[in-house]
Design a protein around this ligand. Structure first.
Ligand SMILES: [Zn+2]
Length: 426
């Protein structure tokens, strides 16, 4: 029976290409959150025609939601003829800004040389289109399937997902028994299964000083020099210590198998506002540093934080007049779905049938909406699997390969068959 399923996907290649191109033509740029409503309505209208129950959920009061830029999500559900599990495909419809360096119009949805080009082609409108085609093919071949299939198009993933998946999860859209298995078609490459992601801790550190005339700095206290001491301690102690921590998580690329920390920004002293004049001679009384720490399944958040605060507290003891404040900006715990989870096994079976080899299992260096599905919705049977090539995300001349989408849709269709009609279903 899988032959019929694969043929049903092949019969829809033109539809898949058109659907992807049309999705790209909605310039759903985030920020600010452009064209969310028409894009969500387009997805909803298509699925409604196929018999889905369609809901539009605006995330009022979430960051960035205004009447000019409403955070509109779409959730569509098709219940089969008998009870059973529910498989949910979740895609974000927002894209990042186009940026410079494009050789073609990023929102024209141009099809050329076996590829569909445009901002969001790979991340992740090609994945959304593939999941819709996979579902429609499955429904045609197995009209009597048990259980339910849901497809959502959600917003704001690129800015944290608070008006998208997090909002829906709080409302119960991602929770049992409504949903059992979740596939997020993010661009992780068509033959890889992404099981989760590393943890995140963002924080802002501020060192304090005392303003004085720059000609007599000894009368004040220089907050930037205090921050210099913090950075020196990070260089001498923290960065080497982080580099020694290696995870058992299969994170890609290899560099991300270690703990990492990015210094995101540093601001001290007067702003640049004096230009084109000259600055006034002041000793800075404040310096702020933001850090982006990515941590591993083997680390706990408390230790991650104390590695930083231990250094700051020691400087406070050792360094004259040193004082600091630290503010948490964001925390996400690391996540890894186990390899024997049902959704992992089902998609792995699809990859083996289509590519005749075992999938690669990977962990993403950065986070995506799986965090909300796990932490708020308490659904742990969740993976990211989609056709786009990871390295093309957010870059100029972004594209998604048509044959990649077709193969990936076939994998998804087989995955649906296994999850809804039983292991090894044929
Ligand atoms: Zn994405």
């Amino acid at each position: 029976m899988n032959e019929l399923l694969l043929k049903a996907v092949d019969d829809r290649v033109d539809d898949l290409v058109t659907l992807t191109a049309e999705l790209i033509r909605f310039p759903t740029i985030n920020p600010p959150g452009e064209a969310y409503r028409p894009c969500a309505e387009y997805v909803g209208a298509r699925l409604k025609k196929r018999g889905f129950e369609v809901e539009f959920i605006r995330a009022e009061g979430t960051p960035g939601d205004t009447d000019r830029y409403p955070r509109v999500n779409v959730v569509a559900r098709f219940a089969g003829r008998s009870p059973g599990a529910c498989v949910h495909f979740n895609s974000h419809i927002d894209v990042v800004e186009a940026g410079d360096g494009w050789s073609l119009d990023p929102f024209a949805g141009i099809v050329r040389g076996g590829k569909v080009y445009g901002r969001g082609a790979c991340d992740m409108k090609g994945g959304l289109a593939s999941s819709i085609i996979a579902t429609e093919a499955f429904m045609e071949v197995f009209p009597d399937f048990p259980g339910a299939i849901e497809i959502s198009g959600t917003v704001d993933e690129e800015s944290g997902g608070f008006g998208g998946v997090a909002h829906l999860a709080k409302l119960g859209y991602f929770s049992k028994p409504k949903v059992d298995h979740v596939i997020i078609p993010e661009p992780l490459n068509k033959d890889r299964i992404c099981l989760g992601h590393r943890g995140v801790w963002w924080a802002e550190i501020e060192t304090k000083g005392e303003i004085a005339h720059g000609s007599m700095p000894f009368l004040g206290d220089n907050a930037v020099r205090h921050m210099g001491a913090v950075l020196r301690a990070f260089e001498d102690e923290l960065f080497p210590a982080l580099d020694r921590k290696v995870t058992r998580m299969p994170v890609v690329p290899d560099g991300a198998k270690r703990s990492t920390m990015n210094i995101n920004s540093v601001h001290g002293g007067q702003t640049e506002d004096f230009r084109p004049g000259l600055p006034s001679p002041n000793v800075p009384d404040s310096c702020r540093l933001t850090i982006d720490r990515r941590f591993l399944l083997e680390e706990d958040l408390g230790t991650v934080k104390s590695e930083v605060t231990d250094i700051l507290d020691r400087l406070k003891r050792e360094r004259k007049k040193f004082d600091y404040e630290i503010r948490d900006l964001m925390e996400v715990l690391p996540l890894m779905t186990e390899r024997d989870a049902p959704v992992v096994k089902a998609v792995a079976q699809g990859i083996m049938e289509i590519f005749d080899r075992e999938p690669d299992y990977v962990i993403s260096p950065g986070t995506y909406d799986q965090k909300h599905i796990a932490r708020i919705g308490h659904i742990y049977d969740c993976i990211a699997y989609g056709p786009g090539i990871l390295d093309l995300a957010h870059r100029p001349d972004e594209w998604v390969g048509i044959s990649d989408m077709v193969e990936s849709a076939k994998v998804m269709a087989i995955g649906l068959n296994v999850l809804l009609r039983g292991t090894g279903a044929r």
